[in-house]
Design a protein around this ligand. Structure first.
Ligand SMILES: [Zn+2]
Length: 285
């Protein structure tokens, strides 16, 4: 694990900092820090009794406007958090810390927006494209899954993937040849989004387009519209999304990885939910 000292998007060397906490479910599952109450029998002379949360800081980049948690999980913590994602152990622990999670999660319905994504690629891809969905879960949201010539999925969860798709290793994927690489709802979870983009960039050198989709969190929309520059300090807790993207932050990250942004748009899926969608290509293409 590391503490970030620079902007994880544009590499600015002086992000601003404000106190926050890691949500108890994430602290427990990723770090093994179960919620705890400090009681008088701890015998701590100078520490007040009461519930104790895992601390972190919110960092804000004054140049690109991106927000992120300063604590950057390593491989063991990310594996602990995401292994068998939304499986029985994950769900039981989350329900314990966040009562009503199961019901809310089911109500959300995990609507697929594959068709909305596909419409952005009209005329840009072959009729039967070769698709790589990095972080594609079981393939249920993979665009072009039905018409694809091949549909490969790389995912940390280890789940079985849907018929017509094939789960492959990261090494095989990076050696592959694709028309479209999909990175949808992945980068907001990663400690080092630039590392993954740099790894994937060579695939675009072989002709693939890269599609990136990240949540456009409500606070980021408010920051973009608002004129109170201190609003970012209202981000007092961090859950699974450890990176909150502004448009400029996403653009800076993509450019740093040696990619060109061909299109960057906001898509509003419901009154409460928006995403940023970017189509990228190799900068030298
Ligand atoms: Zn920045």
């Amino acid at each position: 694990m590391e503490i970030a000292r620079r902007c994880i998007y544009c590499d600015h060397d002086a992000p601003e900092s404000s106190p926050a906490i890691i949500m108890p479910f994430v602290a427990h599952r990723a770090l093994g820090y179960a919620a705890v109450e400090i009681t008088p029998d701890w015998g701590l002379r100078d520490v007040p009794v009461g519930p104790c949360q895992a601390r972190c800081n919110t960092l804000h980049c004054p140049r690109c406007g991106g927000l992120f948690m300063d604590l950057r999980f390593g491989e063991p913590e990310l594996s602990a958090l995401y292994a068998d994602y939304r499986g029985p152990a994950y769900t039981a622990l989350r329900e314990r810390y966040e009562p009503g999670y199961v019901q809310r999660n089911e109500a959300l319905g995990r609507l697929s927006h594959a068709m909305a994504v596909e419409s952005q690629f009209r005329g840009r891809l072959p009729d039967r494209p070769r698709i790589l969905d990095w972080g594609g879960d079981d393939g249920r949201n993979t665009p072009f899954r039905i018409t694809a010539d091949c549909c490969h999925i790389v995912d940390i969860s280890g789940k079985e993937t849907l018929p017509g798709t094939q789960a492959i290793t990261p090494a095989l994927a990076l050696a592959g040849d694709y028309d479209l690489v999909v990175l949808s709802h992945v980068l907001e979870h990663l400690s080092s989004p630039i590392s993954l983009l740099e790894k994937i960039a060579p695939l675009t050198g072989r002709g693939a387009l890269l599609y990136i989709e990240v949540p456009y969190e409500k606070l980021m929309g408010e920051l973009a519209r608002g004129n109170t520059s201190a609003l970012w300090q209202s981000k007092r807790h961090w859950h699974e999304h450890v990176n909150f993207f502004s448009r400029a932050a996403l653009e800076a990250l993509i450019t740093r990885a040696g990619l060109d942004v061909k299109q960057l748009v906001e898509r509003q899926d419901s009154p409460e939910s928006s995403v940023l969608c970017a189509i990228c290509s190799n900068a030298t293409a």
